[in-house]
Design a protein around this ligand. Structure first.
Ligand SMILES: [Mg+2]
Length: 227
């Protein structure tokens, strides 16, 4: 198994860095708590159901669109569940937290002169809330959502569209992600350098990837401006 102590990235070959947001830069606990607790609870209240009844309906609705753009679409969930999803997110926005060692890593990457892009499946409204609550946004050359591209990162098409838009050289580009499914697609169609985040949520046990270099957090990497 690859662990955080054995990952050395060839920084001298990496000119562009693509960073996922939720679970990579930000604590996935916010999203976990929101979708597993807040949404079923609100649905139960609105429809006079028990939590368990609401949970079943809501989780079935999640499964129906898992891995598609709709799954990440705040407006889709507001329409489908008849709940004000952006408002509900604001009510638990105190759970939006930057993961350990992220800010020093972003500053070091910026200082090193590499092109830095946020590449997220998050909907524009979720992205706006997270940029309002955290200081991560200032360090990027550009912020790209899959909604801008018309397909999620799980779709091979996303990577050809992104390559055309950013004109990055795949051989000299690093993608950092907590989703192994997305890393698997990217390994065929996207950047050559891949890094997995093994502890996306502060409330879950780490799970190191068996397929990709995998770290707990960015403190496990040598600083990009020193290598
Ligand atoms: Mg993620």
């Amino acid at each position: 198994m690859t662990t955080s102590t054995s990952v050395i990235l060839p920084w001298q070959d990496i000119h562009t860095v693509l960073l996922d947001m939720d679970g990579t830069l930000l604590d996935l606990h916010f999203d976990d708590h929101f979708f597993r607790i807040v949404v079923p609870q609100s649905y139960a209240t609105a429809n006079e159901l028990t939590f368990e009844q609401a949970e079943k309906i809501v989780f079935d609705a999640y499964r129906a669109v898992e891995g598609t753009l709709a799954w990440y679409d705040v407006d889709y969930w507001s329409r489908t569940l008849k709940l004000d999803i952006p408002l509900l997110k604001k009510q638990v926005a105190h759970l939006i937290q930057v993961r350990p060692q992220v800010m020093p890593f972003l500053k070091a990457l910026h200082k090193s002169g590499r092109a830095l892009y946020l590449v997220t499946n998050a909907h524009g409204k979720s992205l706006s809330l997270k940029l309002e609550k955290t200081p991560i946004g200032a360090w990027f050359n550009d912020l790209i959502t899959s909604h801008d591209m018309g397909c999620p990162k799980e779709d091979p098409k996303f990577w050809s569209l992104l390559q055309k838009r950013l004109e990055y050289d795949p051989d000299h580009t690093l993608l950092v992600e907590d989703s192994e499914k997305i890393l698997a697609v990217a390994s065929e169609y996207g950047p050559a350098h891949l890094l997995h985040i093994a502890k996306p949520s502060s409330q879950r046990e780490p799970q190191f990837s068996q397929h990709f270099p995998s770290v707990l957090d960015f403190s496990a990497l040598p600083s990009p401006d020193l290598s």
